[in-house]
Design a protein around this ligand. Sequence first.
Ligand code: OAA
Ligand code: MG
Length: 388
Amino acid sequence: MKITNVYEGVVPISSSIRNAWIDFSSMDCSIVAIESDVIRDGKPVVGYGFNSNGRYSAGEILRRRVLPRLLEAEPGSLLDERGGLDHAKAWDVMMTNEKPGGHGERSVAVGVVDMALFDLASKIEGKPLYRYLSERYGDGQPDDSVFVYAAGGYYAPGKTLTDLQDEMRGFLELGYDVVKMKIGGADLAEDLRRIEAVIDVLDGDGSRLAVDVNGRFDLNTALEYGRAIEPYGLFWYEEIGDPLDYHLNATVAEHYTGSIATGENLFSLQDARNLIRYGGLRPDRDTIQVDPALSYGLVEYLRIQDMLRQHGWSSRRCIPHGGHQFSLHIAAALKLGGNESYPGEFQPTGGFADDAVVEKSRVGLTDTPGIGFESKAAFYKVLRALHS
Ligand SMILES: O=C([O-])CC(=O)C(=O)O
Ligand SMILES: [Mg+2]
């Protein structure tokens, strides 16, 4: 198998929502299509990738560094001994002449291509990605459904408490038991009113509500909010301070007895390891949210899983950020604790197959070969247009 062509583009995923740190008025995302010389039904097999959400498109790095390296590589240097794609070798090729440290947009660029190569390789084998992954990296017995929670609850112009409650009711009607909302973009009194309004919709059960600060708080605010929300017994308190402020995280973990989740803005093995070493997270209750699409792809995510295992963490304590199909397959194959889902945001890229059904906060996998973008019509149309 040989890569014959690569195509790269940008898709807007903008909207009027706001979290405690950014609005999404100009959010966009990179997409790639990687074409191979393998022919199925008279057409070349093509793998697709995109960069989740929350980080902007990384076209410059893709066009100037990552994609040329892949195209210029001796085709045999990307293959394993059976002639299939060797993802770790492809990763080394993409990272040629890149210094360590400073992970950011580069990890996004490599993540997009890594996703496309996994889509391609599993399509060539005619398997849905989760089976392909489970056979290679798991125990061959993937989970047949994955826990998902509904993320939303953003701030938006003119959005009232009733609007917030209606949004959350909508998530419950779709089959989700656990929901997530933003905090930290208003003052504590208003956020507590918002939290209590949502808990009302959850029949008074705070353990079904996660709150997300998007890294906004300094230590004092983090502790003040922690004291105020602790009695609700929330599902988790997310990304409380700056993602790289491990000391803040550790100090909050000493005081806040409920669950903490973080990691969506950690993009490398090294950063994730520092979180585990210095972030004070507790393996019996906290959750790691590293998003494989943003953090150098699954090749790096597998290294992160090894690291977690060495530190005594179960894969079940990982619930990736992003609400996308790639992580859904990864969650089933590597037996993670679940995956995020955004029923109302980040279209056309986010979400699962058009006919995916959520029941009791779990979603099943389909048998579509690869990641299954083909069963997500609006997004597939955009991807298909990249190389038509
Ligand atoms: O608002 C965002 O950037 C998304 C986010 O934090 C999440 O999904 O946890
Ligand atoms: Mg978050």
